[in-house]
Design a protein around this ligand. Structure first.
Ligand SMILES: Nc1ncnc2c1ncn2[C@@H]1O[C@H](COP(=O)(O)OP(=O)(O)O)[C@@H](O)[C@H]1O
Ligand SMILES: [Mg+2]
Length: 315
């Protein structure tokens, strides 16, 4: 099998359920397909797969469990969801969702994902910081976090980002035979005066030039992309900018504030009426925001005060 080098894998995750991960995955997918891109969506919410509902199609018979358990090729699991250029692979792993999928199986899954014939592959993840979710997130080309402007969502997101960052650090140092250094430093963080992940990294980098070299090489371009969903006022937009600062201050991690999406009652009514939102309301503010943030993700631009096109009262 040939590796599809031109294909980009985006994973859409975040700490909390109900923030709009599946809606955003389906909408970005519909937007990119409308622009002539070949897109495959993968529903990797192992326990609560429902991405098909955003296209008004019935739950398909086949799912990713056929790939993991019966070795059915991924390509043959792609179903049509009523939009030209857009395919969907259903999640649902009844016998696997309670435990960890072996790391080797995840790597194999990703190697097969990369071979799919598509320009973009969007992976919709479940809530929480389960190892399966974090590892799928970490293997993607772009890690996209969805939040809503509510304290609980922001707290969950921060835990999620911290857990993913910590897991990445462990994976990186493990691969150089330095597994114990992270665990030991974290276990003894009180003694070493480590309060944040940023301080943990600084401590580890100070242990030896070898570790500093590894961290500099493999952690410096570690980035997440933030989408703020369900905003109700222009003030809400600034939440994305605050999160950016907090990630830099406490994690030492750069993030891209890719965009925001307005709250719109029609999102839910579309799902209930089995309509696809982007096809039903292609000229809505939400559809335009989806287009703008997709471009930002592709061209690495972000929301800034200067480029902000939001005007209060336009909802
Ligand atoms: N921008 C939005 N405006 C209004 N409702 C939204 C918006 N985004 C998502 N929703 C609603 O929020 C609920 C949860 O969305 P969903 O995409 O399933 O979240 P998640 O996948 O993060 O659990 C759905 O009922 C959906 O209609
Ligand atoms: Mg979902």
């Amino acid at each position: 099998m040939e590796k599809n080098k031109g294909c980009e894998i985006w994973a859409i995750g975040g700490g909390k359920g109900g923030t709009g991960k599946s809606f955003i995955t389906s909408s970005i997918g519909a937007h990119l397909a409308a622009k002539g891109k070949r897109v495959v969506l993968i529903d990797a919410d192992w326990g609560g797969a429902n991405l098909h509902s955003f296209f008004g199609v019935n739950r398909p018979q086949n799912s990713l469990s056929d790939f993991f358990e019966k070795k059915v090729p991924l390509k043959s699991l792609i179903m049509n969801c009523g939009i030209s250029g857009l395919g969907l692979i259903m999640g649902n792993l009844p016998s696997l969702d309670s435990g960890d999928i072996k790391y080797a199986q995840k790597i194999k899954f990703f190697n097969h994902v990369k071979m799919l014939d598509a320009d973009y592959i969007l992976i919709d993840l479940g809530a929480g910081s389960h190892n399966n979710t974090m590892d799928t997130f970490l293997l993607a080309d772009k890690m996209i976090v969805v939040i809503i402007p509510e304290i609980t969502s922001i707290e969950n997101m921060y835990h999620f980002i911290k857990n993913v960052f910590f897991r990445k650090l462990k994976v990186v140092l493990n691969s150089h035979g330095l597994k114990d250094s992270v665990n030991d430093a974290w276990k003894n963080r009180g003694i070493h005066g480590i309060k944040t992940l940023k301080e943990l990294i600084a401590y580890l980098a100070g242990i030896s030039p070898h570790i500093k070299d590894i961290i500099d090489k493999e952690m410096s371009d570690f980035r997440m992309h933030i989408i703020l969903n369900q905003i109700r006022s222009s003030r809400d937009i600034t939440v994305g900018t605050s999160i950016k600062s907090v990630c830099l201050k406490f994690l030492g991690m750069h993030t891209q504030y890719a965009g925001y999406i307005e709250y719109d009652n029609c999102v839910t009514s579309c799902i209930n009426k089995k309509q696809q939102y982007m096809l039903t309301y292609p000229f809505s503010h939400v559809a335009k925001s989806i287009g703008r943030l997709s471009d930002n993700l592709i061209y690495v631009k972000e929301v800034t005060a200067a480029t902000d096109e939001y005007s209060p009262g336009r909802l």
